[in-house]
Design a binder for this molecule. Sequence first.
Ligand SMILES: [Zn+2]
Length: 248
Amino acid sequence: MTMRKMLYLLLLFLLAGSVVAQVARNPHNLPLVTTAEAYLAEVRQNDDNRMVNLEALIPGIRLDIRYATASNFTGQQIYPYPAAWLRKPAALALVRVQQALDSIGLALLVYDAYRPYAATLKFYEVYPDTRFVADPAKGSRHNRGAAVDVGLIRKTDGSLVPMPTAYDHFGEEAFPTYNKLPQDLKDNRDLLIRTMQRYGFEVINSEWWHFDFVGWQRFSLLDLSFGDLRKANKKAGKKTFMTKELSH
Ligand SMILES: [Zn+2]
């Protein structure tokens, strides 16, 4: 009986250990999902945790992922290639934004979406000002797959709709409340913000292009590469939920 009890305790201990091992901690002691297995366990628990590739969901969506080039504030290429991923509910909300823009001849241009946690560490190293880059002790909402950086383009010729500043301009001109601007720039910015808000996104107070998906807190911080996500999603199975959920 005692032996049995000991074995039982040992088994419990091993099981607990394997669960804990799924969530790694970084130097800031933040819980991070760093393996495909841990990510898939979250998807099985709740399908809202699924990461969705925006290029697959929104045909024709335009990407200008600056961190996949050296043309960004770090001056270095951070991502191996351009890709835009978001958690399922955020991705579906973005489809609705795009549908609303369609009717006025505009389209979204995505500058950044999901950002692996390792990139956030890098950004802070280069630019340690938490007004403009995420504090690595907290992580970014981009690391949760619950934030997106967007601008607008005209569908007719693909030209950029002018905004108050360029993407990733660090300064008060980029604040959504900044008003010493020509009326058309204010109008363009406010149209983007209004449309994003209508479908569940909130603009942050220092960047007209950055939107958090409301309820971002429920998603874990991830540190998986785009390639890891693609492989993990193949294991997670079919994406038939899309058409069903978009039809109502
Ligand atoms: Zn952002």
